[in-house]
Design a protein around this ligand. Structure first.
Ligand code: 13P
Length: 342
């Protein structure tokens, strides 16, 4: 393992004013997104949609450090035959790849899941590296409910995340370690804080046990935030203050950067929260975005599967990329959104 090089890539992934585009929806998830805009999900429609995103050259070169791809996409070609991965490289961003294979029910733990995909991962990582991927992603899913999460679910998922991270670094690929505590449910922000703290502590314990070099990874966590159905929505300031406090207690300063998932927050909330955290300042790591929905929802709606909408969709994507880029520097303002709306 060349730690110097891993560290260099990790820093590039969280370079000032830049963040990550998570375009790694599995076939099932992208079908759900396409259903919402009444587009049939086929190999060609998925290719057309992602080609539209990756050809937003200006937005990608200015605001996006890396793009997370799904297995199908990394091997796909644009309509003119250019490999999609090449469009990303040409725009100056780093290609990454989702390598987990989704979740399975966790035995003896009703309602909980474990992320799978470790078998044969070494061989797959070598293939992805050859194709050009320089970082990877693995997402663990922790749900909050009446009697969950169990310590069992937290432990097995942290263990798998660390196994994945160690294998990535051996393959000279920077692991994005993503332990996602879901926003589903009616819990309040303090319950989210408490669960996320347990999850992050266990995750870093496992990373240490398995000798993962913290300088060569990126953490992708949820924010401390109330559940979607909570009676009480926290203010932007409360989310920012509690998330920063939480991360300071759990994440060693050796980690180059933290890139948040959006997790079902509205586009503007995801931007406002990131901005407020960066305004607090004095942080030991970079704080940026690795958004899926919060970067793509507006573009998907504008596109709606029609060639004549490509330019409008690229504009919608570019706008969100720019807003989040500003937020990653604590320079976003709400009236920049209103100007766009007007
Ligand atoms: P969201 O930002 O839509 O939560 O997606 C990010 C991601 O990559 C989840 O694994």
């Amino acid at each position: 393992m060349d730690l110097f090089d891993l560290n260099k890539v990790a820093h590039a992934m969280v370079a000032p004013g830049k963040g990550i585009l998570a375009a790694d929806e599995s076939s099932g998830t992208i079908r759900k997104r396409f259903d919402a805009i009444k587009v049939e999900s086929t190999e060609d429609s998925r290719r057309d949609y992602r080609e539209m995103l990756f050809r937003s050259k200006d937005a990608i070169s200015k605001h996006i450090s890396g793009v997370i791809l799904y297995d199908e996409t990394i091997w796909q070609k644009a309509r003119d035959g250019t490999p999609l991965i090449q469009l990303i490289e040409q725009a100056g961003a780093i290609p990454g790849i989702k390598v987990d294979e989704g979740t399975q029910p966790l035995p003896n733990c009703p309602g909980e899941v474990v992320t799978v995909g470790l078998d044969k991962l070494t061989g797959r990582l070598a293939e992805y590296y050859k194709r050009g991927a320089r970082f990877a992603k693995w997402r663990a899913v922790i749900d909050i409910g009446k009697d969950i999460p169990s310590m069992t679910a937290i432990h097995v998922n942290a263990h798998a995340l660390a196994r994945y991270a160690a294998l990535c670094q051996t393959a000279q690929i920077v692991p994005i370690v993503e332990p996602e505590v879901l926003m589903d449910g009616d819990h309040d922000i303090d319950r989210c804080y408490e669960v996320t703290q347990r999850v992050l502590n266990k995750t870093f314990q496992e990373l240490r046990i398995q000798r993962v070099a913290l300088e060569g990874m990126i953490l992708k966590p949820n924010m401390a935030i109330s559940g979607k159905n909570s009676a009480k929505k926290s203010s932007v300031e409360e989310v920012a203050e509690k998330t920063v406090r939480l991360l300071k207690t759990c994440v060693p300063a050796a980690v180059p950067g933290i890139a948040f998932l959006s997790g079902g927050q509205s586009d503007e909330d995801a931007t406002a929260h990131l901005d407020a955290m960066n305004r607090i300042g004095g942080l030991p790591w970079k704080l940026t975005f690795s958004y899926g929905r919060a970067l793509q929802a507006a573009a998907q709606k504008a596109w709606s599967g029609k060639t004549e909408n490509v330019s409008a969709a690229q504009q919608a994507f570019s706008h969100r990329a720019r807003m989040n880029s500003l937020a990653s520097k604590g320079e976003w303002k709400v009236d920049l959104e209103q100007k766009k709306a007007a």
